[in-house]
Write a protein that binds this ligand. Structure first.
Ligand code: AMP
Length: 389
């Protein structure tokens, strides 16, 4: 394996250009990781069931197989010097089984913790960081008891496998209990107090096992639980930015983080920061970093897992707005491109533009985020988005 230096302290052993990075998952996050890896001179392989998937289009090779195909994971491990993943629902046992064949600098603890809401909330609270009040619940009786402590409104979430609001039931009052699973189908779950937040935000932190650097806190606007827009910076003062940075670094240190971790936050009107959830990978809300920062979240993910030194990323613009292009936005945004030379247009190369499927995104660098948001809205391309934050 081409190596830059021997392992030092907690730092991941450094890999030289020419080494091969294997990415489990072949979606847009893997594609943007691969683009960073390629400019640094790494080879890239990806494992994904869809032939010519977004990552494969920019990688050196693809293994076409299901994510949980252990023989395929072994093949990817054998053809790679370092293994990473672009989504969190990877089989941690399957990765552990190939650790004698390939470096997995992110480890599998990070995966196991972020795959399970009970483990995740416990980890966050153990590091002195606030979450919504919560309790594990595995039956209707446990739910009733937890509701007695936490009260309405609350959110019931499956402990595993949920994403973008799937596997969640909002309980506003006792009448919503009708939607709750019967005991025989009750999955391991958690009950969370409903947070009356002012807005949602996120912060990214990247590490190389030893050093940890952060990106600015950004504001996120969702519609139907899918990210619609990210605005950098979030409307918070330097003191709150610093508190967010401190909590991000505390979590990163707890994981001896290598690569990029996203932390989703609820920001309350009184300035309280509450962690909602973690994603052990680059994140949709960090796409803006590609144009707005000197090192983006993908560069730092690749550098981190390859044991390279990390500089604190700098923003190159006073503000930036990133807006997702879902299936229903492809046709109108393509028509609008001609009139918007300021748009940084990203298209993930997906074959089929299904409704609500993330097909691409657009980033605009600006000195006035509010004006840019108004201009984007005025194009009418996102006319179906009802929640404008
Ligand atoms: P999650 O899958 O946990 O990220 O939740 C999806 C979305 O549901 C979040 O982005 C919030 O908009 C909303 N949500 C989740 N948990 C809570 C909560 N405890 N209080 C208020 N809103 C929540």
């Amino acid at each position: 394996m081409p190596s830059l230096s021997e392992e030092t302290g907690g730092r991941v052993p450094a890999l030289a250009p020419g080494a091969t990075i294997g990415i489990v998952g072949g979606g847009q996050l893997g594609r943007m990781m691969a683009l960073s890896a390629k400019y640094m001179g790494f080879h890239v392989g990806t494992l994904d069931p869809t032939e010519d998937c977004p990552t494969a289009q920019v990688a050196d090779f693809q293994i076409v197989a299901d994510y949980d195909d252990t023989a395929a994971i072994r093949e990817l491990a054998e053809r790679s010097d370092v293994l990473t993943y672009e989504f969190e629902n990877v089989d941690a046992d399957a990765l552990d089984a190939v650790r004698d064949r390939v470096a997995i600098p992110q480890g599998t603890d990070l995966l196991r913790v972020t795959q399970n809401r009970v483990a995740e909330k416990t980890f966050i609270n153990d590091h002195g960081i606030s979450t919504a009040p919560w309790a594990p619940v595995n039956s209707r009786a446990e739910l009733d008891a937890a509701l007695g402590r936490i009260g309405y409104p609350a959110v019931l979430k499956t402990a595993e496998g949920g994403y973008d609001g799937h596997g969640q039931i909002v309980l506003r009052d006792a009448s919503d209990l009708e939607q709750v699973w019967p005991d025989e189908d009750f999955p391991p779950a958690i009950l969370e107090g409903f947070v009356d937040f002012a807005y949602e935000a996120s912060i990214l932190v990247s590490g190389n096992g030893e050093d940890h650097v952060t990106f600015p806190v950004v504001r996120n606007i969702h519609c139907d639980n899918i990210l619609h827009k990210t605005i950098m910076p979030a409307p918070m003062d330097d003191g709150m930015q610093e508190r967010a940075r401190e909590l991000a670094v505390a979590l990163a240190k707890g994981f001896a983080l290598a690569g990029t971790l996203a932390i989703e936050l609820f920001v309350c009107a009184d300035g309280t920061l509450i962690v909602n959830e973690l994603a052990p990978r680059p994140h949709n809300s960090g796409h803006y970093t590609i144009e707005a920062c000197d090192f983006d979240q993908y560069d730092l993910h690749v550098r981190g897992i390859c044991g390279w030194p990390l500089a604190q990323p700098r923003t190159l613009t006073p503000a930036a707005v990133m807006v997702n292009v879902l299936g229903q936005h492809v046709a109108p945004t393509r028509e609008a491109i001609a009139g918007h030379p300021e748009w940084h247009v990203h298209d993930y190369g997906k074959a089929e533009a299904k409704r609500d499927r993330k097909m691409g995104h657009i980033t605009v660098l600006t000195d006035d985020a509010e004006r840019t948001v108004a201009e984007l809205d005025a194009t009418g391309c996102w006319a179906d988005i009802t929640d404008r934050g």
